[in-house]
Structures are given as structure tokens and as C-alpha cells.
Design a protein around this ligand. Structure first.
Ligand SMILES: C=CC1=C(C)c2cc3[nH]c(cc4nc(cc5[nH]c(cc1n2)c(C)c5CCC(=O)O)C(CCC(=O)O)=C4C)c(C)c3C=C
Ligand SMILES: [Fe+2]
Ligand SMILES: [Fe+2]
Length: 335
């Protein structure tokens, strides 16, 4: 039987890999930051306060004050390629392109702002992908990051008649490939320093403490990453939590408290952020700039910030390993 003229186009089957990170404003300006924060902080996976209580605070206070302050912070780390998070995530996708042959398309998207997850999933389907590996680049799982990204992927499929098969990348906080990449990157960073740090400090993004009791394994994942990294490096790695937001109690100790203590004790520190796949405002401004100021103001001298894995060869090879593993069985189908 011949195919009817109005039959939908049949594309050769492909596999899509969609790298996903949190998202970032389009410009380091209050208007763009306000739009970004409004979307981000309206996510009920992020702020788990009943909307009737939260909306007046968000619209009446936070979105009136924070965008200007955050825009100034963004302007200090903005690059010619745009926001570091956007530029690095794009570079990661470009570096991974071709890793599994030309039938596997690698793309990237952001949970908030652009490129939007729904748009990129639609583009992958349009390009012929009947299988998509959705890869939120958060090594440590929490509902405010991993789950909310996955929610959008599932919601996008919910609107489709002909859905692609979807796999999601599991958290990789204790994956040997991730730990080895972190260890190599920390060793490389330490080798470049002009001082020998007394303390290695892993600064993870904080979370409200109650999310632990609610069931997020995030705190345990962070501690395990640091323990395994310490074992790989042959010396302990201390843990702290940064970026506190709001009035609730957050995971402790706070990075700024630890930095002030270490500075006051005259101990040298190398600080890094293993929970971030890419350097961003939270690492480059909050740690490298403001963290250093806190440490120095407390009397400290030797401070070094070691960059995230980003799109360097060590980090890309690690992503190739963990993503390649999740593609098992699919590469043959797309051959
Ligand atoms: C890596 C894991 C992250 C967790 C966990 C996380 C939780 C979390 N964050 C906020 C509030 C803000 N986060 C902001 C920026 C931001 N956060 C992460 C990562 C995690 N957040 C990233 C990668 C970024 C992007 C930074 C960029 O370069 O654009 C911001 C916006 C910036 C600012 O105004 O400070 C806020 C606000 C909450 C409330 C939360 C958990 C409940
Ligand atoms: Fe955050
Ligand atoms: Fe922050």
C-alpha cells in the first residue's frame, strides 16, 4: 500500500540528549532579573510556602527589591558570551556533540527562562528523536532542582499525541566517574596555587533544613560526595552550604560562617562547589568575590576558589561516561 499524501513525515529515528540546568536572566539588568526571579520563585517545588502567604511576599517585597541587587551581582560576572551559566551549559552541549555518532543529537535547555525545556524537547522530536535522555545536571538530587526539571519534561510529553520515549539522568553524587573528575580537577587546581591550603572546603548550594525531613536525599548526597572526594584525595574535605534565601532555617554550617572562622584562625583555604556543573552567579560572585571578602575581612590571607568542572576535558569526559551509560540499548536502535 502506498503512503497517503497527507501522511505525517517519517524521519529516520534519532536519539536526543538534553542537558538541563537551572536558568539565568537574559541580561544583567533589573527588568530581566525580575522576570527570571518571578518564574523561578513562583515554582512551588522551590518555595514550599502556601501561595496565599507567599505571593504577597514575592510580589510585594522580593520582586521589588532583589532584582536591582541581583542585577548588580550578575553584572560583576557577566561575560561577552552572556551569563556564565548560559555560556558554559551551551559549551558543554557543543563539546558532547558527536560523542555517540551523528544519530545522537545533543542539545541544552534551562528550567527557567531560555532555551525552554518544552521548546527543546519539541525541536528534538521534530528532528526525529523518538528517544530522549533528559539530563538535569545536578549531581545531588533535590526536589527544588532535579524534580522540578523532570516535571517540565513529563508535562511537555503530556501534551503530545506521539510521545518520544523518555529517560532521566539519575543523580550522580557518588558515581566513580564524577568523584574521579572532581578529584582530578581539585588536584589540578591545587597544583596551580602559590600556597598549600590547610583546609579543602566543598561549598554546596543550601536548602531549607526541613526538606531533609520531607524526604530530599540532598543533604546525604552532599555529605557522601565530600566523603568520597576526601577519600580519593587522601585528605578530608569539609562541607558548608551557601546561598541562604529567606527566613527559614537552612542546612548548616553556612559557607560564610566557615570562611569567617577560617580567616580568623589564619588558616589557608581552597574552596570549590562540586554541586554546580557550571560556574555561575552563586560560585563566581558569591564565593569567589564575596566569600574572599568575608575571609579577608576576618583576617585571612590565603584564599583560592577552584572552578567547577564546566566544559573542560575532565568534566566532559565524565559526562560522556555517565550519559553514555544511560544511553545503553538506545545507541543500537539509532545505528
Ligand atoms: C545546584 C543546586 C541548587 C539548589 C539546591 C538550589 C536551591 C535554591 N535556590 C534558591 C534561590 C536562588 N537560587 C538562585 C540562583 C541559582 N541557584 C542555582 C542552583 C541551586 N539552587 C543556580 C545554578 C543558580 C543560577 C545562578 C545564575 O548564574 O544565574 C537565585 C537567583 C540569584 C539571586 O538572586 O541570588 C535565587 C533567588 C532557593 C530558594 C533554593 C531552594 C529552595
Ligand atoms: Fe539557587
Ligand atoms: Fe546566591
Amino acid at each position: 500500500m502506498t503512503r497517503p499524501a497527507d501522511h505525517p513525515r517519517v524521519a529516520p529515528p534519532r536519539v536526543g540528549v538534553l542537558l538541563v540546568n537551572l536558568g539565568t536572566p537574559d541580561a544583567p539588568e533589573p527588568g530581566a532579573v525580575r522576570r527570571y526571579l518571578a518564574e523561578f520563585l513562583s515554582d512551588r517545588r522551590v518555595v514550599e510556602i502556601p501561595p496565599l502567604l507567599w505571593k504577597p511576599i514575592l510580589h510585594g517585597v522580593i520582586l521589588r527589591t532583589r532584582p536591582r541587587k541581583s542585577a548588580h551581582a550578575y553584572s560583576q560576572v557577566w561575560t561577552e558570551q552572556g551569563s556564565p551559566l548560559a555560556a558554559i551549559t551551551r559549551a558543554q552541549a557543543e563539546a558532547l556533540a558527536g560523542s555517540w555518532g551523528d544519530r545522537v543529537i545533543v542539545d541544552h535547555a534551562m528550567r527557567y527562562g531560555r532555551p525552554a525545556i518544552a521548546d527543546r524537547i519539541a525541536a528534538l522530536v521534530e528532528a526525529g528523536c523518538d528517544r530522549i535522555l533528559f539530563a538535569p545536571l545536578y549531581p545531588q538530587y533535590c526536589a527544588a532542582t532535579t524534580a522540578t526539571a523532570n516535571d517540565i519534561a513529563f508535562a511537555t510529553l503530556a501534551g503530545m499525541r506521539r510521545q518520544p520515549a523518555l529517560r532521566t539522568l539519575p543523580p550522580y553524587h557518588d558515581d566513580p566517574a564524577y568523584i574521579a573528575a572532581l578529584a582530578a580537577s581539585v588536584r589540578e587546581g591545587l597544583a596551580r596555587l602559590e600556597f598549600a591550603p590547610d583546609v579543602l572546603l566543598a561549598s554546596f548550594h543550601g536548602m531549607p533544613e526541613r526538606t531533609l525531613a520531607l524526604g530530599d536525599p540532598y543533604h546525604c548526597h552532599c555529605l557522601k560526595t565530600a566523603r568520597l572526594l576526601g577519600e580519593a584525595l587522601g585528605r578530608p574535605v569539609e562541607v558548608a552550604f551557601q546561598s541562604r534565601f529567606g527566613r527559614a532555617k537552612w542546612l548548616e554550617p553556612a559557607t560564610e560562617t566557615v570562611l569567617a572562622r577560617l580567616g580568623g584562625e589564619g588558616r589557608g583555604v581552597a574552596i570549590f562547589s562540586p554541586g554546580f556543573a557550571a560556574d555561575c552567579l552563586e560560585t563566581l560572585e558569591e564565593i569567589e568575590i564575596r566569600g574572599r571578602e568575608t575571609f579577608r575581612a576576618a583576617g585571612g590571607r590565603d584564599f583560592a576558589y577552584l572552578p567547577c568542572l564546566n566544559a573542560g576535558e575532565t568534566g566532559i569526559e565524565m559526562l560522556r561516561t555517565i550519559i553514555g551509560r544511560e544511553l545503553t540499548g538506545w545507541l543500537e536502535a539509532a545505528a
